[in-house]
Design a protein around this ligand. Structure first.
Ligand code: F6P
Length: 363
């Protein structure tokens, strides 16, 4: 008898529910029932499991209605947590015991880099194969082109920036819009390209407080100046930049006033608005493809791996899906560190590409 358990962990991301739906359906197509673990690693430690599939009239496993009906929604129907308890080995041993208790023969964990590290730690305590699906709006997970949630979050940011640009143009204003991303500036960079923002402030290009304010003031003066003659200035700031947005706004406004540059500067922090909302088409598609490969992987007895969206044809192991490769989790964690400290060729390339494109779009 085989059974799969699925959990979502860390910050929720649009596409998690689509992945849960895909996992449950693919497992059912192999005649395998799926259990949902509530509240991430906390639910695993406490044994809070609920069935995500039921036997239909033919006696075959089929997803429960909630899995079908909420597959496109943001958030996660299973709930999530950042579990400090899971750092303790005793808790992980207990989690492994719960897997035995429920006769689980494969686990799929959906989450960000902290969660993937947690799944790797759990794999040391159990023979049950564990596969990870990358999900985080921050796009800060190594060895995948994108994680689940990134595309949906960017669509939300682009819509918000377009709305802000409408009102900004009407008043000839400058806006600094802060987006989430933790230590990663990816959302800010990608959104800046898509909205033709005038500048991006991101942790990958670290600046002290004075330099940040200087660059904002310069950007505003140049953009509203005779050569560019813009009707709005849009600066996208990643949350990982150490200076709070309202302080940048206040200081830049003071500087402009003192220099006699007539401009009104406003700040908007998009915050958790960006993390919620229905999953985009691409996140749903990616969730389906990740989900299928993750189930096939654990059913084949393979664990301690992550599904990644093809980042280069020679990297990772091929799967039944030509978009999706499998990566050993230790390799993912190593590449994630390099991505975050800016030494990965992927981060270097991202910044260079963004600067080249954005430099033109901002003109
Ligand atoms: O990792 C996702 C994320 O939304 C980050 O962008 C942000 O820094 C963090 O989570 C916010 O966490 P919380 O929801 O716990 O405030």
């Amino acid at each position: 008898m085989t059974a799969i358990a699925v959990l979502t962990s860390g910050g929720d991301a649009p596409g998690m529910n689509a992945a849960i739906r895909a996992i449950t359906k693919v497992a059912a197509s192999h005649d395998v029932p799926t259990w949902g673990v509530e509240q991430g690693f906390d639910g695993l430690i406490d044994g809070v499991f609920r069935p995500l599939s039921r036997r239909n009239k033919m006696g075959d496993p089929a997803p429960v209605h909630e899995v079908e009906s909420e597959g496109g929604q943001g958030g996660t129907i299973l709930g999530s947590s950042r579990s400090p308890r899971f750092f303790d080995r005793t808790a992980r041993v207990e989690a492994a015991r719960q897997l035995e208790e429920y006769s689980i023969t494969g686990v799929v964990g959906i989450g960000g880099n902290g969660s993937i590290a947690g799944l790797h730690a759990l794999q040391s305590e159990t023979e049950v194969p564990i596969a990870a699906i990358p999900a985080s709006i921050d796009n800060d997970i190594g060895l995948t082109r994108e994680a689940l949630g990134v595309d949906s979050a960017l669509n939300t940011i682009v819509e918000a920036c377009d709305n802000i640009s409408d009102t900004a143009r009407s008043h000839h204003r400058a806006f600094i819009v802060e987006v989430m991303g933790r230590q990663s500036g990816y959302l800010a960079m990608a959104a800046a390209v898509a909205t033709a923002a005038d500048a991006v402030l991101m942790p990958e290009r670290p600046h002290n407080r004075d330099e940040v304010v200087d660059s904002v003031v310069d950007c505003i003066k140049t953009s509203f100046g005779a050569a560019r003659d813009k009707t709005r200035v849009l600066i996208i700031k990643a949350e990982g930049v150490g200076v709070p947005t309202h302080e940048i706004v206040e200081e830049a406004q003071k500087r402009c006033d003192a220099e006699g540059t007539h401009v009104e500067i406003r700040g908007t922090v998009l915050g958790h608005v960006v993390r919620g909302g229905d999953a985009s088409f691409r996140d749903r598609l990616l969730a389906g493809r990740f989900g299928r490969v993750a189930v096939e992987t654990v059913l084949a007895g393979r664990g301690d791996v992550m599904t990644g969206w093809n980042i280069g044809i020679d990297l990772g192991e091929p799967t039944t899906d030509d978009w999706i490769r499998l990566f050993d989790i230790p390799d993912v964690l190593e590449e994630t560190e390099a991505l975050l400290d800016g030494t990965s060729p992927v981060s270097i390339d991202r910044v260079a590409r963004m600067e080249a494109i954005q430099g033109v779009l901002a003109l």
